[in-house]
Design a protein around this ligand. Structure first.
Ligand SMILES: [Zn+2]
Length: 243
């Protein structure tokens, strides 16, 4: 029920739990601590928020607690052996180490990014999450090109592809990349407009994968035609949260 995306859906799931509760105490517990506080913990309450708030895992918290416990040699059941000042020093030391680790990771990511965006400067136009998606497409295209020259997928008359990646992420795919950068048979007029592709994210970030879906659902005429594509977009929107 935590992951239900709408409030009615979440309430449905809570009510199902209440209905299946083995006794009145459990039922009352669910009503009091789950139903009434649903806005504070359920996903529907965070749907409007930036990507970070939609992270559903508590891993970051858990690892912070683990660092505190192991640095302070604390075990469950042990009597606390720290003064208030000692606790503050411990937290400070752990926080510094945590920040150092985060800086190192950011630097590693930056270095990794630079090596490829030096060659393909259009990558810099995109949000980091999207850069990684595009990098995978570029690497895949190169791998095929350098192994057997077998990039034979036929592109549309506008030199756009219809593959799963293109439809799901609304981005240039490995086939379009391959055509333009490796085989060089894309006529200049049809070259990929990277700026237009990147502009999609300017206004609403990753939400394009949700809002596009909503528009398509409300349009009855194209609903059938887009049904399968829409499903892909939902799935990939969900996958993006995990990246
Ligand atoms: Zn393609």
């Amino acid at each position: 029920m935590k992951y239900r995306r709408t409030q009615p859906g979440c309430i449905d799931s809570i009510n199902a739990a209440i209905k299946d509760a083995p006794n009145i105490t459990t039922r009352k517990y669910i009503e009091r601590y789950w139903l009434k506080t649903r806005r504070s913990w359920a996903n529907f309450g965070r749907e409007h928020s930036p990507l970070l708030m939609q992270v559903t895992s508590t891993n970051a918290n858990e690892s912070w607690h683990l660092v505190l416990k192991s640095a302070g040699k604390m075990r469950k059941g042990n009597k606390p052996s720290y003064s208030l000042g000692g606790v503050l020093v411990l937290i400070e030391e752990c926080a510094v180490q945590f920040d150092r680790r985060a800086d190192k990771r950011a630097l590693d990511a930056e270095l990794k990014k630079l090596s490829e965006s030096f060659e393909y400067s259009f990558l810099n136009l995109f949000p980091a999450t999207i850069q990684f998606l595009l990098l995978e497409e570029i690497r895949s295209a190169k791998k095929k090109f350098y192994s057997d020259h077998g990039e034979t997928r036929e592109l549309g008359t506008d030199f756009r592809c219809e593959c799963h990646f293109r439809r799901a992420y609304l981005l240039p795919c490995e086939h379009e990349f391959s055509s333009q950068y490796l085989h060089r048979f894309t006529p200049p007029d049809y070259e990929i407009d990277w700026k237009a592709a990147a502009d999609q994210f300017d206004e609403s970030g990753m939400e394009i994968y949700w809002t596009r879906t909503k528009i398509l659902v409300s349009d009855e005429e194209v609903f059938d035609r887009w049904d399968i594509q829409m499903t892909h977009q939902i799935n990939n929107g969900e996958k993006l949260e995990l990246i």
